[in-house]
Design a protein around this ligand. Sequence first.
Ligand code: MG
Length: 212
Amino acid sequence: MNATAQIAQSPVSVSIGALIERCRSEIATHADRLNGLDCAIGDGDHGTNMLRGFDALLAERELLNALPIDETLVEAGRILVMTIGGASGPLYGTLLIELGRALGSGVVNNEFSSAFQQAVDAVAKRGKSKGGDKTLLDVLYPVADLLDEQHDIEGLPGMAFAFAESTVPLQAMRGRASFLGERSIGHMDPGAASCALLIAAVCRALNEGCRA
Ligand SMILES: [Mg+2]
C-alpha cells in the first residue's frame, strides 16, 4: 500500500497513543546522539528538548487518542510548541498544527500529501527558511515529494535518513548554526536528524498497523 493511502487510514489502523509511544521511544533512544549533533553546531540540547516534548505528548496520550485526528494533530502541535521550546518547538508545532488544520478543512484520504505539503510550506514560512538551508526542511520537502509520488511507505524511513545525511555538506543558513558560517559544514543538522527519526518511527508504526 502506498504511504498516502496508509497514512490516510491511520485513525483506523493505528492508535494515536501507540504512535506517540513509538515516537517518544525513538527520541529517547537517540536523545544523546541528537544532543551530540546539536553540540557540534548549536547549544547541545536538541535531544533533551525533543524528549521533553514527547514526554508531554505521552502524558496527554489519552486525551489525544480520544480526539478526531485533525484535532489531535492541532493539540499535539500546541503541546510541542509549549514544551520543546527553542527554534524546534515552533517548527514541529507548526507542522502538526497546520497538518491538522489542512486535514480538518476537508483534505482527506488520497489528498493527505497535499495537506502534508501545505504543512511543510507553513513550517518554511514560520522559520523564514527554505530547502538547502540545513534545517528539518531538507527532510520534510523531499518526503512531501515522495508522498506526492505515492512512494511505498516501506521505503520512506531509509529515504528520510538519507535526506538527513544530505544536510552534512550544507552550510547552515538559519538558526544558531548559521552563526558558525562555513564551520557548520561537515555536521548533520540535528533538526533534520530528529525529523528523519520521527518520520521513520511513524512509517514503521503505520506499516505494522501498530495498536495500543
Ligand atoms: Mg539547541
